[in-house]
Write a protein that binds this ligand. Structure first.
Ligand code: F6P
Length: 363
């Protein structure tokens, strides 16, 4: 089939199960239209001259859907970082954008699909405003983009949390211990909340609901009184006690912090206050790697196909969005405006409370 049009795709920021399904979806849908597809390697860095890329076709992408990570590689640092720290927006230098434009023009690419989270989509917006037609696909295991009800990768991350809790449960029961599992999610508690409920956690601590160590300890003691001798606690990496601060490593100014370690503090306080033997465990990147779930594969494919449709309809500056069981689109500028966080009064939290889950707060 003759190539009528040539599009580019790149993924940027942290990897995420389902990225390869998006690449497969884009390649399949574009090929059916007779278009050519170029995959840029290592995120936006692949746009720097002469352009680190690979030509994609359905034969090349066949079978990649079941693989975790991304066949194109990704980076969350480099020349195109447009957000540094929370609420601190920085623009990509115009000479870097000019270099990217030269690569895109040189390769005859007429539109670019950017698969990324809020930072990468902010960079995409800048490319768009400087004359590169762009379409966005939302990506984050944290599920914290307000403009889409779901992102691929979230279900796989939650599945890893559930698997970890199932394993921790048996050892906690055998030793009559408290086990504290720390999970990802940045400043949103979605992974902890969904993973915790599905994995049978007794206490869930999330960033949106500052806890007290006293309430957490009370929940453990209360369980003991009621005859439960082991307790599973899930703590989101971005959770903090009332008046306390985030735990992690400062990674270079502007408030950037690599969140890690809150579970140790929670475990320490539980053991001190209850006398129960307590252990902590950080799930870390195990929840980002590995094969995507069936749901994430399907979402990835649908997002990829929709991105191609958006280009066909010339809806540049739009991002694929999942709402009410169907895949549509929103303006990227609306999508990066607001993070979606857990509503402490919302139905999911209320349901969790109804089955006895504590959030380490007053009910
Ligand atoms: O945003 C996705 C995420 O996995 C967060 O949940 C986590 O805080 C962060 O990325 C970890 O990033 P890195 O892979 O750079 O350590």
């Amino acid at each position: 089939m003759t190539e009528q049009y040539r599009i580019g795709i790149l993924n940027s920021g942290g990897d995420c199960p389902g990225l390869n399904a998006v690449i497969h979806g884009v390649t399949g849908a574009a090929t059916q239209l007779g278009w050519g597809v170029i995959g840029f390697r290592d995120g936006f860095e692949g746009l720097l001259p002469p352009g680190n890329h690979t030509v994609l076709d359905p034969v090349k992408t066949s079978g990649i859907m079941k693989l975790g990570g991304t066949i194109l590689g990704t980076v969350n640092k480099g020349h195109f970082v447009s957000i540094v720290g929370k609420d601190n927006i920085q623009r990509v230098p115009s000479d870097i954008i000019a270099q990217a434009k030269a690569t895109i023009d040189g390769l005859g690419v007429s539109a670019l699909i950017v698969v990324g989270g809020d930072g990468s989509l902010t960079t995409a917006l800048q490319l768009q405003s400087e004359g590169i037609p762009v379409v966005g696909v939302p990506k984050t295991i944290d599920n914290d983009l307000d403009a889409t009800a779901m992102t691929f990768g979230f279900d796989s991350a939650v599945t890893s949390v559930v698997d970890a809790l199932d394993r921790l449960n048996t050892t906690a029961d055998s030793h009559k211990r408290v086990m504290v599992l720390e999970v990802m999610g940045r400043h949103a508690g979605w992974i902890a909340l969904h993973g915790g409920i599905a994995g049978g956690a007794d206490i869930i601590l999330i960033p949106e609901m500052p806890f007290t160590h006293a309430q957490v300890a009370e929940a453990v003691i209360d369980r003991e009184r009621r005859g439960y001798h082991s307790t599973l606690v899930v703590v989101a990496e971005g959770a903090a006690p009332v008046g306390g601060s985030l735990v992690g490593k400062d990674i270079g100014g502007a408030g950037q912090i690599r969140l890690k370690g809150v579970s140790d503090a929670v475990a320490f306080e539980i053991e001190e206050r209850t006398g129960k033997e307590t252990r902590s465990c950080i799930l870390g990147h195990l929840q980002r790697g590995g094969a995507p779930t069936a749901l994430d594969r399907i979402l990835g494919i649908r997002f990829g196909v929709k991105a191609v449709q958006l280009i066909k309809e010339r809806l540049f500056g739009h991002m694929v969005s999942y709402q009410s069981y169907s895949v549509g689109s929103v303006l990227i500028e609306k999508a990066v405006e607001k993070l979606r966080v857990v509503d402490p009064q919302g139905e999911i939290v209320t349901s969790a409370r109804s089955i006895g889950i504590s959030f380490g707060t007053e009910a």
